[in-house]
Structures are given as structure tokens and as C-alpha cells.
Design a protein around this ligand. Structure first.
Ligand code: ZN
Length: 413
């Protein structure tokens, strides 16, 4: 893989296989090449201590499975010039679907996370799994066709949904804005058409992973991604990984109560939740109460961009309320970066003013000193990037590669 080609940087992993007393597996050899730490069979032999004949056998297997390419001349070491090994990013594709409450984005990416084809569409998740999932699978087929790929090339599928997910099983659990989805194991609906690993996660977790993988992975390990759209949610990257918590609901900051409320009732049943006061839909409601026309968060952003004073004033107030919640999060978690995404990030200059004012007043000085607050740089693409990166981490993990090669060997293919 040439540096700079991929949207997603190389996967950061442990160096366990180098110091481990057990010999490196085929999957671990692939990882050395993928990370740019080996560019020839000789490099692999040096890095692992394996015999050249063993290296050759495993490299041939990886080439046969389209995961490595070997071509041209590598850097000369004085003797016979070696062939250069490279990770074959075009040796397969992954499918990504970021399903939001009212709209979605779908993509086909290569094995380095580069988007080959993508599509955005209006889609109401509330139409239920029997309608939404077959629709999604049909769009996947169209995108594959558009990218000149076949179903057989698909190595994994990543899907983000706007609700809690039992991650191991890909099962939606009592999602409040997804009627009909409770208990649905989403991978079971995908497997008849795409019999490959299917990763399902909460959409904000995947946005956090996408933003982290594409922008921050080489710089920081602890990051919060706060989505402020119709609702308010937060994805947590702790130590370089998504932190989901004991029941998968970590980061549900929208239902933390703010002090500055007047008894506003949230859809969760409590009063004074930050989501009921500072989300895009809450702001739209506040503007409608003043006689302005605002159906949802995007209208609020439009008004603020046009300089409408009430919209600007209310977004700043929302920023202060969000700042109160985030100041608590900063004290608890000490992130290096807070990324704000979702529709309201498009009015970030007003929102951030309020957030920063309170975060710096209410967080401990040490936690807030080097804290960076930034708008999402992937915007609407953060979700599909997270889907792709999550799937690639899973299907290209050394253990997954070893298992998949073993399966081929056993079945004699
Ligand atoms: Zn609530």
C-alpha cells in the first residue's frame, strides 16, 4: 500500500507477534506488510525469524488469496534485487451503511478504506427492518455494480444504526427511535445475500471510529465524538478503541440533566435532559415558539448562517448547556480532543463559543489546558468511514486471516 493512497491510515496494533515466542502466523505476516514494516520476503524473514521456505509458502498463500501483490524490484541490497511485496487494497471490498433517523449514506470501499462508490438517500429508519434492510441490500448491489465489483469480492459489511446495539450479536436493543427493530439480529438479515462478517454498531460509535481513524489515530488515544443533530449522543475512543461500556450504552450523554432548565420534559420521561434543551430538534422547537419557521436541525443552521439573531442566541445558549455536560465528561474522562459532528456542527462557531465558555470555567485546569475542540472534518462521511474501518479491523486481523486461510485449506479450494 503506497503511503497517502488510503483514506484510512494503517491500523495501529500491538507488536506482540515480533516479541512473542510463538512463530508468526500467515495473518501476522500480512499485517507486517500492511503496516509498512516489511516490503519483501527478506524483510519478513528478518522480522519474524521464520525460515525462508516457510515465508515463501505463506506469502504464496496470501498472493493466491489476493491479499498481497509482488512485483517490480524492491530496494537493492547488493545481491539479486528482491521483489517488492505490497498489501493489495483492491483484493476485495467492504460495504458500509450509515443508517440515520431520517437519512442514510452507503458506500463500497476497498480494503484500505478508499471509497469506490457511495450514495446518500432519505430513509426513515422507523419504516422498520422488513422494509429498510432489503432496500439497503438492493442499494449495496447497485453500488457494487457501479464500482465494477461482484458480490464474491465482498469481504465484510459494516452497518451503523441510530440506537443501542448489543455489539457481539449485532442486535438492536430497545432503540427508542427505531420502532420494530427491538431484538432484530441484523447480520442474520444480511447473510443470505452477503455471507461475510457483518459488524453492527451504534451510529455515533462508528462516527467516532471514522473520525478517529481518518484524522487522529496517530496523534491521540482518547477522544470524544459528540453528535449534535436531532438528538445528542457521544462516541468514546479510550486508549485508541471504542469504549462501549458494560451494556453498550456508554456515551449516552443526551440524557444528562443540565442545571439551567425549566422543567422541559424529554422523550425519555425525565426533565431537563440536555437533548431536550440543546439538540437541533429542541432548538427548532424554541424557534417555532418565537414564530420562526424551523422544522428540524438543518433549518436552525440555515437561520443562524443567515444571521438570524434569535437562532444565533439560542445556539450559543445550547452551547453553554452542552458545555456543562461536556465539562463533566472532561473531568471524568480527560479526552485530548472533543470532535463535534452532526447537523449542528455546521453552526459550530456559535455552538463552540458557548461550549468553550463553560468547559473552561467548569473543568479542572489540567484536564482543560490542552483540550482541543474541533468540528468533524469528515462531516456526513464519518459514519461510513467508521463502518469501513471497523469491518477492516475485524476481517484483516491476523486471527481472522488465519482462520479464513485454514478454511480454504481444509475445503481443498
Ligand atoms: Zn432524556
Amino acid at each position: 500500500m503506497k503511503p497517502g493512497v488510503s483514506i484510512l491510515p494503517r491500523v495501529k496494533t500491538s507488536t506482540r507477534h515480533v516479541s512473542s515466542p510463538s512463530p508468526a502466523t500467515t495473518g501476522e505476516l500480512l499485517q507486517l506488510v500492511r503496516e509498512g514494516r516489511a516490503m519483501s520476503r527478506a524483510d519478513l524473514a528478518r522480522a519474524t525469524g521464520l525460515a525462508r521456505s516457510t515465508i515463501s509458502q505463506r506469502v504464496e498463500a496470501l498472493i493466491a488469496h489476493k491479499l498481497l501483490t509482488e512485483s517490480g524490484e524492491g530496494p537493492s541490497t547488493g545481491g539479486r534485487p528482491p521483489m517488492r511485496l505490497a498489501f493489495n487494497a483492491r483484493g476485495g471490498v467492504v460495504l458500509a451503511a450509515d443508517l440515520g433517523a431520517t437519512h442514510c449514506r452507503l458506500a463500497v470501499t476497498d480494503l484500505a478504506g478508499e471509497v469506490l462508490a457511495e450514495q446518500g438517500a432519505a430513509l426513515a429508519i422507523a419504516r422498520g427492518p422488513d422494509e429498510v434492510l432489503p432496500w439497503m441490500l438492493d442499494r449495496f448491489d447497485e453500488l457494487l455494480q457501479g464500482a465494477g465489483c461482484t458480490r464474491a469480492e465482498v469481504r465484510g459489511v459494516g452497518i451503523g444504526v441510530p440506537g443501542p446495539v448489543e455489539f457481539e450479536e449485532g442486535r438492536a436493543v430497545s432503540p427508542p427511535i427505531m420502532p420494530g427493530w427491538d431484538g432484530i439480529r441484523i447480520p442474520e438479515r444480511v447473510h443470505p445475500r452477503f455471507p461475510v462478517p457483518v459488524l453492527v454498531d451504534n451510529d455515533v460509535n462508528l462516527m467516532a471510529l471514522g473520525e478517529y481513524g481518518a484524522v487522529w489515530r496517530d496523534q491521540v488515544e482518547d477522544l470524544l465524538f459528540v453528535k449534535v443533530g436531532t438528538g445528542i449522543g457521544c462516541g468514546i475512543i479510550a486508549g485508541g478503541r471504542v469504549h462501549r461500556g458494560a451494556q453498550g450504552t456508554a456515551g449516552d450523554v443526551g440524557h444528562i440533566q443540565v442545571s439551567d432548565h425549566s422543567g422541559e420534559v424529554c422523550h425519555c420521561g425525565n426533565v431537563g435532559c440536555v437533548e431536550a434543551l440543546a439538540s437541533g430538534s429542541a432548538l427548532a422547537g424554541q424557534l417555532r415558539a418565537l414564530g420562526l419557521s424551523a422544522a428540524h436541525s438543518r433549518d436552525v443552521v440555515e437561520l443562524a448562517r443567515a444571521g438570524q439573531r434569535d437562532a444565533v442566541r439560542l445556539i450559543r445558549a445550547a452551547g453553554r448547556r452542552l458545555g456543562e455536560v461536556l465539562a463533566g465528561a472532561v473531568n471524568l474522562f480527560n479526552p485530548a480532543v472533543i470532535v463535534i459532528g452532526g447537523d449542528m456542527a455546521h453552526a459550530h462557531e456559535h455552538l463552540f463559543a458557548g461550549v468553550l465558555e463553560v468547559v473552561h470555567r467548569r473543568s479542572t485546569p489540567l484536564a482543560a489546558r490542552n483540550l482541543r475542540l474541533v468540528a468533524s472534518s469528515l462531516n456526513d462521511r464519518a459514519g461510513i468511514m467508521g463502518c469501513a474501518l471497523g469491518v477492516l479491523d475485524e476481517v484483516l486481523a491476523p486471527s481472522a486471516i488465519d482462520a479464513s486461510l485454514a478454511q480454504y485449506t481444509e475445503s481443498g479450494k
